[in-house]
Design a protein around this ligand. Structure first.
Ligand code: ADP
Ligand code: ADP
Length: 229
């Protein structure tokens, strides 16, 4: 598990008439191994842009994103991603959807099956192994997406507004779940949310961003509960 350094990272998009638009300006913060960091800020402040850079989907930026001192590129960071919409494949069962994340990993069939079973249990979906996505509630589908994100045992789990589409009660339940999973798995988590309360409740560190242009305007450390036992 590695330390992630985001150092003076800026990103401009080309817009009409050879003009550029600064979506992210000088973002600087670190993500300690095993910690839980949230990025909060209003719509348009550059959260998704920053996440795409961290994921390695876009390497056209200024500054440095370093994992253990090495510049991140393409696939160097082992990561799982959970989106606002579960993105499960509708023609595959829960077990198959989660198993798909292991297809390029050189584990034995038994190892893969065992890991899939363990991760279904981890998110509380025992008994739903052979269910199709349409048979799951919204909360259950997001649990499945979390299991899929973790099944390959990534260094970092990125959560992009994972609870944004859920009703208030399901959202509260899944906040509890995410915190429990973070504790038992010891995985580094980066959460993007526009819900400040959610960020403060779940994180060790909250990176507050603002628009015009996209800047980090505050960094709040929440040390009460960290390091974990
Ligand atoms: P957030 O995720 O915080 O809502 P984004 O990272 O999606 O913010 O967007 C930041 C800013 O960059 C917004 O003003 C958005 O309109 C702009 N933007 C995002 N992607 C592009 C793009 N491909 N081309 C031009 N502008 C973009
Ligand atoms: P949560 O956010 O806790 O997953 P849900 O509303 O998704 O909340 O579901 C609560 C519980 O109700 C689930 O854990 C599951 O046991 C049960 N449940 C929900 N939808 C279904 C369903 N379609 N079939 C069977 N059980 C369900």
């Amino acid at each position: 598990s590695g330390r992630l350094e985001i150092s003076s990272v800026s990103k401009s998009y080309e817009v009409a008439d050879n003009k550029t638009f600064d979506a992210l300006v000088g973002a600087t913060f670190s993500v300690e191994p095993g910690s839980f960091v949230s990025l909060v800020g209003p719509s348009g402040c550059g959260k998704s842009t920053l996440l795409r850079l961290i994921i390695g989907l876009d390497d056209d930026y200024r500054g440095d994103i370093l994992l253990n001192g090495q510049r991140i590129s393409g696939t160097s960071l082992s990561r799982g991603i959970v989106f606002q919409d579960h993105r499960l494949l509708p023609w595959l069962t829960l077990k198959q959807n989660i198993g798909l994340a292991l297809q390029n990993i050189g584990w034995s069939r038994e190892e893969k099956e065992k890991t899939v079973r363990e991760h279904i249990a981890l998110v509380g979906l025992n008994g739903f192994e052979d269910a199709y996505p349409y048979q799951l509630s919204g909360g259950m589908a997001q649990r499945a997406a979390i299991a899929r994100g973790l099944v390959s045992r990534p260094e970092i789990l990125l959560l992009d507004e994972p609870l944004g589409a859920l009703d208030a009660l399901t959202r509260l339940r899944l906040q509890e779940e995410i915190q429990r999973i973070w504790r038992v798995e010891g995985v580094t988590m980066i959460l993007v949310t526009h819900d400040v309360e959610e960020a403060i409740y779940l994180s060790n560190k909250v990176i507050v961003m603002n628009t015009n242009p996209g800047r980090v305007v505050d960094e709040i450390r929440i040390d009460l509960d960290f390091p974990r036992d």
